[in-house]
Design a protein around this ligand. Structure first.
Ligand code: GLA
Length: 387
């Protein structure tokens, strides 16, 4: 479905449900990440971009105390009163709304109606949850004159995820969804939230996403475990090297030096994080120099680090990466996002895209009896109003 169709459908369904046109329509995008995985919560840098897959919200204030949210895709709805005590509920998708609403409830003086629908696939590692949190808050910010700037919107979206979805995530997804810019990747310092845009230009090459269409249920618990293991790692480093504040200041020599003390798991997690922080800086330089071969090589190194040291890959993702790398014209490939399913991101020659999709889809189906879903995404604008 095109974005235009998505918007038209939301408006139409809003009209059917509430008998009027929505006062505002918000589009909030999913994201990709070129490199810098699992380091947003480890004081690193990341290189994400918003994509042309969106959640669309048709919204009106209704001047009652009642709120009514309709999910077109899930064929589900949720109603609450603006004075209700807000707590997590059984319907998973509702928690992203409530986790945001909860933070601004004291400034909300009217109910509202929302109809929403999405072209961001769920569980694909494209951050549909960040798009949901940030798009909703973007709308509330307008209707209730909350005076939030984009950084605050991203941070509050992240907080909703921590408090109502139970995922102790970093800031990358929400930041990318809000700050996305057409044809630009965002080089983000996750400590200071300073950022620079760089052209999303890969010359004769392009990015292709391959969705495994699997989502292993370890996702949340293992994500939160990784954070704990990294905290253990940095605390051991700081103990021996008090001048080090965080992983950004740690070196591979320090990690090697403390290998025995860390134990195998914490050692491998720390080794990945220090390696990834230096890889992203090298990749940004290679991108500037149009050295796409090296960009691809670094992406692939990230994959094997995520798979072997960080252990957030899975059989399906490893299969896709191993096999795509055998093809001519492929410069690099890796698991993208939190892991345990979702998409791989691949850097390959534009002219090879069709052939590679065909070949990989067939091999994947044969091996796992699961259809592969390819996405050729464009790098697009962050959360915004549309007509
Ligand atoms: C998820 C989290 C992000 C980030 C990535 C891994 O998408 O929401 O904060 O940690 O995983 O890079």
């Amino acid at each position: 479905m095109s974005t235009q169709e998505l918007v038209a459908n939301c408006k139409e369904q809003f009209n059917n449900a509430f008998g009027e046109n929505p006062q505002k329509v918000v589009l909030s995008p999913g994201r990709i990440n070129i490199i810098g995985e699992h380091i947003d919560y480890n004081h690193g840098f990341v290189l994400p971009a918003a994509i042309d897959k969106y959640i669309c919200f048709a919204i009106s204030k209704n001047n009652t105390q009642d709120c009514h949210i309709i999910s077109l895709d899930l064929k589900d709805e949720y109603k609450f009163n603006i004075k209700d005590k807000i707590e997590p509920v059984e319907q998973n998708w509702v928690n992203y709304f409530l986790g945001v609403f909860n933070q601004v409830q004291d400034k909300i003086d009217s109910g509202f109606n929302i109809v929403f629908s999405s072209t961001v696939p769920i569980g694909a590692g494209l951050s549909s949850s960040a798009a949901l949190e940030c798009g909703f808050l973007y709308g509330l910010n307008y209707f209730f004159a909350l005076g939030l700037d984009k950084r605050q919107i991203a941070k509050m979206g992240q907080k909703a995820e921590h408090t109502f979805a139970g995922v102790n995530c970093g800031i990358m997804d929400q930041f990318a969804s809000v700050f996305g810019k057409e044809n630009s990747v965002i080089f983000l310092d996750c400590d200071t939230l300073d950022y620079q845009y760089a052209p999303a230009d890969f010359g004769d090459y392009t990015l292709l996403l391959l969705n495994t269409n699997v989502k292993h249920n370890l996702q949340t618990s293992e994500y939160n475990n990784r954070r704990k293991e990294c905290e253990a790692g940095i605390s051991i480093i700081k103990n021996k090297y008090p001048e080090v504040q965080n992983f950004r200041e740690a070196t591979m020599e320090m990690v090697e030096d403390l290998k025995d003390e860390m134990g195998d798991v914490v050692y491998r997690r720390s080794r990945f994080v220090v390696g990834e922080i230096s890889r992203i800086q090298e990749l940004v330089k290679s991108l500037k120099d149009n050295n796409f071969e090296n960009v691809g090589k670094l992406m692939t190194s990230t994959h094997y680090g995520l798979s072997k040291d960080y252990e957030v890959s899975c059989e399906e993702l490893d299969f896709l990466v191993d096999n795509v790398l055998k093809e001519e014209g492929v410069l690099g490939a890796r698991v993208m996002g939190g892991g345990f399913g979702g998409c791989t991101i691949n850097l390959l020659k534009k002219s090879e895209v069709k052939k590679i999709i065909e070949k990989l889809s067939k091999a994947y189906l044969e091996k796992f009896e699961i259809e592969l879903t390819p996405y050729q995404v464009s790098v697009s604008e962050g959360t915004h109003f549309t007509d």
